[in-house]
Write a protein that binds this ligand. Structure first.
Ligand code: HEC
Length: 160
């Protein structure tokens, strides 16, 4: 029974991905070229492109951004800023993780009582938020797969 559930989930995941890929294929040429991150990521389901990793790293390491709270190792500070290494929320809810980077943790309902303050909104563009989440999904020992710009296209970015 368990195996059967697993297979069902795996198949749902596969068909979801196949749909994303085929949506990408149905785009106009103009969209296909401007939206290259999504196309590249869809072409390599297990790992983000080198360009996306480089962009994500530069955002992560910008003073005042992620590195300031989650630290250079991604491990954060106990009881103040969460560890991103093996974070269930990050690994299992990628679209919400991107949303949290855009709109803050209060907005996604991910405020836990463990931390004294919520995570403030960080970035104003879906492309950068996707790049930085792909970076943390695949750094510090995480091997968390990818999230695409296509998957977050319905996320509304709050005005600042
Ligand atoms: C000002 C400090 C601060 C900065 C800067 C910051 N975060 Fe956070 N982050 C937090 C806090 C605090 C939480 C816990 C939120 C809560 O419980 O409300 C958190 C939670 C998270 C989580 C969810 C972890 C979990 O297990 O719940 C992710 C993913 C994350 N941050 C990624 C990032 C990324 C990527 C950046 C940079 C774009 C970033 N954060 C910048 C403070 C920060």
């Amino acid at each position: 029974m368990k195996t059967r559930n697993f297979i069902a989930i795996a198949m749902a995941g596969f068909f979801g991905l196949a749909m994303i890929t085929s949506c990408g294929g149905g785009k106009t040429n103009e969209q296909a070229t401007t939206d290259s991150t999504a196309v590249t990521a869809a072409a390599q389901p297990g790992a983000p492109s080198a360009e996306q990793m480089a962009l994500g790293k530069s955002i992560y390491e910008t003073p005042g951004k992620c590195i300031t709270c989650h630290m250079a190792t991604g491990q954060g500070i106990a009881n103040v800023f969460p560890n991103l290494v093996g974070s269930k929320f990050l690994l299992e809810q990628k679209v919400l993780a991107v949303t949290q980077v855009l709109n803050g943790s209060l907005k996604v309902g991910n405020k836990t009582i463990k931390y004294p303050a919520p995570m403030p909104p960080q970035l104003g563009s879906a492309d950068s938020a996707v790049a930085v989440i792909n970076y943390v999904l695949n750094s510090f020992g995480n091997a968390g797969g990818v999230v695409t710009v296509e998957e977050v296209k319905d996320v509304v970015i709050d005005p600042r």
